[in-house]
Write a protein that binds this ligand. Structure first.
Ligand SMILES: *Cc1c(COP(=O)(O)O)cnc(C)c1O
Length: 408
C-alpha cells in the first residue's frame, strides 16, 4: 500500500482537498481505494470503550489484513470468522486474536482444522446435525463455547438475514438442551439483519432469547447480539449508537441468566464502513447516466443489487456549476446488470474525465470485488481526511456531505 502523507499534504490544514489534489495530478486509470486508518481506529475505540460487553469484528464486512491488524491494535481482541480462509487470514494478521467460528453451517474439515490447528473453541450452530458435526470434528471436546443461533425478525433492518439461518422457536428448546450437554459454555446468538435502523430490533430479538431460555430451562453463559449496527448513508441516518448499546444492555440485564454471563456483539459494518472510499473516473456520459470505471462486480455490488445509496463528491479543481442533478451509474463490464440506480446527486456539468469519490465503502465494498471482464482493483492509498459521513465524529468536525464539489 502506498502512503501519501506528504504527497497529499496531510500535514496541512487543507486535508479535505488533499485526495482530490493528488487525483488531479495523477489521473489514475483504475479505481483508487482510499483508506482511512484513523476512522477505523476511532470506530474500534468507540465499541471498546462504550459497549459494555465484548465486540467481535465480523471479518466478512472487510477482510483487509491491514484493517484486521489495526482493529486488533485498537483493542478488538475477538474476531467473528465464517470460513477456514478467514480463520487463516486473521491468524496471520493478528496472531494473538481469539477466533470465533460463527457460521452455522460449516464444513466438518474446516471445524477440525480450526479446532486442532488454530485454537478455535467457539462455534455457532442452528441444528442438531451441526452440533453432531462439531462434536465429531473435535473428538467430543470438552472445552467448547457453543452458540445456538436463533432465528429473529429482520423488521428493522435494511438487509434481511432472517431466512437462511437460525433455529425456529419450536426447535430451540431441544437444540439448547443438547448444546448445553455438549458445551463447556453455552451461548445464544442471533442477527437482526444488517443496517438495523432502530435499537428496537435488538429489544425484539432479546424477547425471543428470553422465551427460548425460559422454554429450555438451561443455564446460558454468553448472549451474543450479533451484527446489524448501522452506519450513515444518504437517506439512512440512524440515531446514536449509544442508544443501541443502552437498549441492548437493559435487555441483557433483564434476561434470566447467571450474574457472570457475558454479553457479546459482532459488529461488521459499523466498525469498517468509514474506513474506505473509492475514487472512480467518468468514461462516458449519456444524459443523466454516467459510465464509471467500477461497478456491480467491483466495490459497488450493494449499490447495484440492493440499490444502496452511497454519498458522492466530484473531485475537480474548479467548480464550474453548483446546480446538482440526479445521476445513475453504469459500471465498466459489458453486463446490463452492472447498473447503479442511485440517485447520485452531482453537479450538472460533470463529464468524461471527471473523478468522483464514492464514500462509505469500507463495509461490503472491496470485500465483494471480482475480476469479471478484466476490471480489477487499482491501487490503495492511505489518506488522513475525514470520511464523508461518520457516526463517531461530532457534527462540526464532519465533512459536509451536502457540498458535492471538493475544491482544490
Ligand atoms: C455478517 C455478519 C455479521 C456482521 O453484520 P453487520 O450487519 O455488518 O454488522 C455479524 N455476525 C454474523 C454471524 C454475520 O453473518
Amino acid at each position: 500500500m502506498h502512503k501519501h502523507h506528504s504527497a497529499l499534504g496531510l500535514a496541512t490544514a487543507s486535508v479535505k482537498a488533499s485526495s482530490g489534489l493528488d487525483i488531479a495530478k495523477r489521473r489514475p486509470v483504475q479505481p483508487v481505494t482510499l483508506v482511512r486508518p484513523h476512522a477505523a481506529r476511532r470506530a474500534a475505540r468507540f465499541f471498546v470503550e462504550k459497549f459494555k460487553g465484548r465486540s467481535l469484528y465480523a471479518v466478512k464486512a472487510n477482510p483487509s489484513p491491514e484493517l484486521i491488524a489495526l482493529l486488533w491494535e485498537s483493542g478488538i481482541t475477538h474476531f467473528d470468522v465464517a470460513s477456514i480462509a478467514e480463520v487463516k487470514l486473521v491468524a496471520a494478521a493478528a496472531p494473538e486474536a481469539t477466533l470465533c467460528f460463527m457460521h452455522p453451517v460449516k464444513a466438518e474439515e474446516a471445524i477440525r482444522e480450526a479446532y486442532a490447528d488454530y485454537g478455535v473453541r467457539t462455534f455457532s450452530l442452528d441444528s442438531i446435525e451441526e452440533l453432531e458435526k462439531i462434536m465429531r470434528a473435535t473428538n467430543d471436546a470438552t472445552d467448547l463455547t457453543l452458540c445456538v443461533r436463533l432465528r429473529v425478525p429482520s423488521d428493522h433492518a435494511k438487509l434481511s438475514l432472517a431466512a437462511k439461518f437460525g433455529a425456529a422457536p419450536e426447535d430451540s428448546k431441544e437444540l439448547l438442551f443438547a448444546a448445553r450437554q455438549a458445551a463447556d459454555a453455552l451461548g445464544i446468538c442471533f442477527h437482526v439483519g444488517s443496517q438495523a435502523m432502530s435499537p428496537q430490533a435488538y429489544v425484539q430479538a432479546m424477547g425471543r432469547v428470553r422465551d427460548a431460555i425460559v422454554a429450555a430451562a438451561v443455564t446460558v453463559d454468553v448472549i451474543d447480539v450479533g451484527g446489524g449496527f448501522p452506519s450513515v448513508y444518504p437517506g439512512m441516518e440512524p440515531g446514536r449508537l449509544e442508544s443501541y448499546f443502552n437498549a441492548i444492555e437493559d435487555a441483557f440485564e433483564a434476561l434470566p441468566i447467571s450474574y457472570s454471563a457475558e454479553l457479546w456483539a459482532e459488529p461488521g459494518r459499523a466498525l469498517c464502513a468509514e474506513y474506505s472510499s473509492l475514487v472512480v473516473r467518468v468514461e462516458r456520459r449519456r444524459g443523466d447516466q454516467l459510465y464509471i470505471n467500477d461497478g456491480a462486480y467491483g466495490a459497488l455490488f450493494d449499490a447495484a443489487h440492493i440499490a444502496w445509496r452511497f454519498p458522492v463528491t466530484l473531485l475537480r479543481d474548479e467548480e464550474l456549476s453548483t446546480r446538482k442533478m440526479a445521476f445513475s451509474f453504469y459500471g465498466p463490464t459489458c453486463d446490463d446488470m452492472d447498473h447503479m440506480a442511485g440517485p447520485f446527486m452531482l453537479p450538472a456539468d460533470i463529464g468524461v474525465g471527471d473523478y468522483i469519490e464514492i464514500g462509505m465503502l469500507g463495509a461490503y465494498g472491496s470485500a465483494m470485488r471480482t475480476g469479471f471482464n478484466g476490471f480489477t482493483a487499482g491501487e490503495t492509498v492511505m489518506v488522513g481526511d475525514e470520511p464523508m459521513a461518520s457516526l463517531y465524529v461530532e457534527a462540526d468536525a464532519k465533512r459536509e456531505i451536502g457540498s458535492n464539489v471538493v475544491k482544490l
